[in-house]
Design a protein around this ligand. Sequence first.
Ligand code: ADP
Length: 386
Amino acid sequence: MVVLIVAFAIYSLRRTSEVRHEIAERRQAEEWFRTLINSSPIGIYVVQGGRFQFINPQFEKQAGYSQEELLGMDALSLVHREDRMMVRENAVKMLKGESSSQYQFRIISKDGQSKWIMETVTSIQYYGKRATLGNFMEITDYKRIEAKLEQTVAELERSNAELERFAYVASHDLQEPLRMVASYVQLLARRYKGKLDDDADDFIGFAVDGATRMKGLINDLLAYSRIGTRGKPFEPTNCGVVLDQVLANLKLAIEESDAVITHEPLPVVLADTSQIAQLLQNLIGNALKFRGDRPAEVHVRAERRNGDWLLSVRDRGIGIAPEFYERIFLVFQRLHNRDEYPGTGIGLAICKKIIERHGGCIWVESEPDKGSVFYFTIPIKGDGQS
Ligand code: ADP
């Protein structure tokens, strides 16, 4: 009997200390939880029956009301009038069983300020009844920046379109008077060469040369401005077939430069077929032109990379120094004078514009005297503008 009593006493003592320990742990957890909620930079609240039942200090700060004012307040009265319908619809969805959702709306704080909020709401049980737990983050500054960015993008798009139209109209309308100047100076050259003094022959020669060059530049500018405005809709484009056609166009230049052109299997991409032909023709044409003293060797390949087709045109020509990698893609930028290599400097700018229209990127990697690789990407899904 005594043994039993002692055993029971030991058991009770142990149980009491276990319970004490559990209570202490629970208190600690509650304390920890309260500290977390009170120091959270996110506004937290619980709404039951449409009224605030719990709020943390950050929520008070965002709303500008005190805890006493908020507890029991109609939660919707805090929401901007124009957004109430949307917030109410979300609350109804929650009541119908949706477990959580995230949305953005405006509140009006006590001092009358409109503040943008991003909120995540979750359906919970609060003291045995259904309630909504909300996490509230102010995003007014972010919204202001977003609106400013949208405005800047819209302005940029507008001015870009205006510039494009301007370049088109200017280059198109300049063609006619230029044709007249060019044909009359050519007539002068034919009719009066050797009949005036030597200076006059030189002057007429310079005028003919200038007019011819200007014609080339204006034609290039017109071709450049047409990429955005006169592009065709995207269609499945077999790059292998396009390459064959480009090589046929470049037959003469290939023969002249003793070129060996190889390629790996090329994909079908969603693109403007004639612009892809123009792009490949410009890149391969450059590889032939800038081959240096050796016969040209050009290799075209394609691989899939992160949702894109990555195509490349590799040559073993004169190469490009790293400080010019970006500049060569600008309109009329060249690294050589016309006597060394003919051209106007529009080819790569056209390539860049074509690739941007297709939603891709273009860049070069090169080493002087060793050769260059021009890379470009085309999204596999054809995300560019059609
Ligand atoms: P263009 O060929 O009329 O000069 P591009 O815009 O096609 O105009 O090229 C701009 C410049 O980039 C060229 O003048 C040349 O200096 C350089 N470049 C282009 N392609 C190559 C290449 N494959 N190898 C070396 N340099 C190149």
